[in-house]
Design a protein around this ligand. Structure first.
Ligand code: BYC
Length: 312
């Protein structure tokens, strides 16, 4: 029998050789726990993330916009389901994960605790929130855990449609009346900084990054992804003709990157700790959905038991 140190060395060698880790293989307990934490929080984000956009389904400005928005939100539900399934391969039940969301022990992305006040916000969510999510998820297609990496491939394809539909909403507004352009600018003003916060704390303040990079769960750090997002997104704002709300934003010829201002980390941690503008509302909505769905879970369980009895 191999001892733990040998098993860990073998595991790390596999990770270093870019061989995917699969569910039934030996893995360090902390690797398993880190993945359950990250994948389940990712799943919760997809599910809670439906709420700000769901707010606008009945008020979409045309049938075409409504169909696209509905399709996008349904995709997010699907992402949540693939991700819960990926987390379950690590030996935890979905119900336990959902309970962790409802009782506040598991986090979900800070961004979904902000309100969607106007139709332009739906454009901003697609462009900025899905845009930030793609940056992060493209690197996760190469994450070391097989089921997570594979789920990400499909998710990224769908997110890229989401990002475009959001950008196209804003493009239409920005090519419209002065009032519409002002709505787009207002949405950018409110969503810009929270989108940068989505990438998580600065590397220096991130307790998990170093170990997750070593295990290749993360392939890029929070700060690297945030910088990549700013570099890609600022020219898109320029094309729309709206202004990123950051007086310190400037292109640096030497580094070939944008420099940007200080993020309000007090605001970030306040939202993460449950005190953002919509935290309570979001959890109440998820709790109500869980309660209203009880009969579906009971019916599905009874049906599965009946089928199992017939099979015997
Ligand atoms: N919000 O050491 P760190 C979507 C927490 S949804 C809240 O850097 P890590 C969409 C972090 O959990 C896509 N909490 O951690 C859906 C940790 O706390 P715990 C969402 C945050 O894990 C619908 C602590 O801070 N994408 O696209 O190495 C509509 C220290 O952080 C946040 C994902 O979920 C935050 N923003 O790195 C539209 C991506 N940031 O767990 C769109 C998957 C950090 O120790 N997740 N925290 O209590 C990840 O890639 C990583 O977990 C993170 C954080 C980069 C987010």
């Amino acid at each position: 029998m191999k001892n733990i140190a040998e098993l860990e060395a073998q595991f790390q060698a596999k990770v270093d050789a870019e061989i995917k880790i699969e569910p039934k293989e030996w893995m360090p307990e902390k690797y398993r726990k880190t993945l359950i934490r990250q994948i389940s929080q990712h799943a919760h984000s997809e599910v809670v993330g439906m709420l700000p956009e769901g707010n606008w389904i009945s008020r979409a400005p045309s049938l075409r916009r409504k169909v696209a928005l509905l399709a996008k939100i349904q995709d997010e539900a699907g992402h949540g389901l693939y991700l819960y399934s990926a987390a379950e391969t690590l030996g935890i039940e979905r119900d336990e994960l959902v309970q962790q969301l409802l009782d506040g022990t598991a986090k979900y992305s800070s961004i979904f605790n902000y309100p969607s006040l106007t139709w332009a916000d739906i454009g901003a969510i697609g462009w900025l929130v899905d845009g930030a999510a793609i940056m992060n998820q493209v690197m996760l297609t190469r994450t070391s855990y097989g089921p997570y990496a594979r789920a990400m491939v499909r998710i990224c394809k769908e997110e890229s449609f989401h990002q475009r539909q959001g950008y196209e909403i804003l493009l239409t507004l920005c090519r419209g009346s002065e009032e519409q352009k002002a709505m787009a600018q207002d949405a950018l003003n409110r969503w810009w900084w929270p989108s940068l916060m989505m990438f998580g704390p600065r590397d220096a303040d991130s307790p998990h990054t170093a170990q997750s990079m070593k295990w290749k769960i993360k392939r890029k750090t929070n700060d690297e992804l945030r910088q990549q997002f700013v570099d890609v997104t600022v020219p898109q704002a320029d094309f729309l003709g709206i202004t990123v709300p950051d007086p310190d934003l400037k292109w640096n010829e030497e580094t070939n990157h944008y420099e940007f201002g200080e993020i309000n980390w007090d605001e970030f941690w306040n939202v993460v700790k449950g005190n953002g503008p919509c935290n309570r509302q979001r959890l109440e909505a998820r709790q109500a959905a869980y309660d209203k769905g009880a009969w579906v879970r009971e019916a599905a369980t009874a049906f599965a038991e009946k089928r199992a009895a017939v099979a015997v």
